[in-house]
Design a protein around this ligand. Structure first.
Ligand SMILES: *Cc1c(COP(=O)(O)O)cnc(C)c1O
Length: 391
């Protein structure tokens, strides 16, 4: 039971334990060694001319990178995976693999904000235009399709506002029009949503979050189905922007406990979200597992779980200065971007600053929480004291 096809039949926690390592080829050691390298040497002229080696040169990859690529490919039931040095880089790779000058793409209005910047600047410069669409559009996205529309990009749920998209309906429209679909699946991870099984062509994971899991790593994965794999790999090979060897080692290590950590994030996220919902200072909880979350029915339909990132809307009476007073004095929660690590984070956010296709009207100040691995009662006490500082 060693190759990916055999492992695909096993439960995900077993896969995560076994993928991307082969003790028989590692002098018996459980974990694979870290290969660092640029030059690959050949035995003779003939081999050199034909590049007869598993890796022709460092930019073709290393066994360390290949172990992680192959592990992710099996986990995602994909045809292949490439790895970038950040999640944003992975999204850029997916878009470069699917667009050319003169094309038009549709991007959800709830998308990770730096990707908007990429579309509005770099992609635009290369002649690709972007239209943003309502994340809850579902099948109605069809009305936005133009003759040159080549890609629909989804992010479900949005990682600040948490609308859950009707992925099945959007994929069906895309297939009818021969349009490629790219999904940012960072929130759910392949553990709670299998993007390719639902027909998504390219699935992106910011490995910086739950795969890394310790806030010490930047990395992004793009997995492809069979029809999109050749173009993705060719794009990646043309740019040679590879992940670092040590980062791949950390990601392979993260893989081993990812199931445990994500399951724990789910339980803690739900407990904290329910607790917050009961506090008088909180008017709404934007968590996909809550009926009041936009697109909740899509979460029920497509996802098998939730993770530890969600948002809350505060009562309308509170203003920015109240929120500042709350957040400036937290003891355990820190303020900072990113998530998926062991530590709890809280940030204020305001989608009205950048949305263009939809009006964001939450009805109060909004906060995003990442629930870490600290004691849950300590976290509640920290938030309880913080909510008191709102007055
Ligand atoms: C963090 C994040 C990214 C980008 O990942 P980086 O590694 O920080 O570049 C992309 N999409 C989502 C949903 C994210 O949360």
């Amino acid at each position: 039971m060693k190759n990916g096809d055999d492992l695909k039949k096993l439960h995900v926690s077993t896969q995560l334990s076994m993928l991307g390592r082969n003790p028989n080829e590692q002098s018996g050691f459980v974990n694979s060694p870290v290969y660092r390298g640029s030059t690959v040497v050949y035995n003779n002229c003939e081999d050199l001319r034909q590049r007869k080696a598993p890796f022709a040169y460092g930019t073709s990859g290393t066994p360390t990178i290949a172990n992680l690529e192959n592990a992710w490919t099996t986990l995602c039931h994909a045809a292949g995976t490439v790895i970038s040095s950040s999640g944003l880089g992975a999204l850029a790779l997916a878009l470069f693999a699917t667009t050319k000058s003169g094309d038009h793409i549709l991007v959800t209005d709830s998308v990770y904000r730096p990707l908007r910047h990429f579309c509005n600047t770099l992609l635009k410069k290369y002649g690709v235009t972007t239209t943003y669409y309502d994340p809850l559009a579902g099948a109605q996205i069809e009305s936005l399709i133009e003759e040159n529309t080549r890609v629909i990009l989804l992010e479900s749920p949005g990682s600040q506002s948490f609308e859950v998209q009707d992925i099945g309906a959007i994929v069906a429209v895309a297939k009818r029009h021969h349009i490629s679909t790219i999904m940012d699946n960072t929130w759910a991870t392949p553990i709670f949503f299998q993007a390719h099984a639902l027909g998504i062509d390219l699935s992106v994971e910011a490995a910086t979050k739950y795969l890394g899991g310790h806030s010490d790593l930047l990395m992004g994965m793009v997995s492809a189905n069979a029809s999109h794999w050749p173009a993705l790999r060719a794009t990646y090979d043309a740019m040679a922007m590879l992940p670092g060897a040590e980062d791949c080692f950390l990601a392979l290590r993260g893989l081993r406990t990812m199931h445990l950590r994500v399951k724990e994030a789910e339980a803690r996220g739900l407990e904290m979200a329910h607790w917050l919902k009961a506090q008088p200072e909180v008017s709404r909880v934007l968590h996909p597992a809550f009926p009041e979350c936009p697109g909740h029915e899509n979460w029920k339909k497509y996802f098998t779980g939730s993770t530890g990132l969600f948002s809350i809307v505060l009562d309308a009476r509170f203003r920015q200065e109240n929120v500042d007073n709350m957040l400036n004095h937290m003891d355990i929660f820190s303020m900072g971007f990113s998530w998926g690590g062991f530590e709890s984070l809280i940030i204020p956010f305001d989608c009205t600053e950048y949305r263009t296709a939809t009006a964001w009207q939450p009805g109060g100040m909004t906060l995003r929480l990442q629930i870490g691995l600290e004691d849950i009662d300590d976290l509640k006490n920290d938030l309880k004291a913080g909510l008191q500082r709102l007055y």
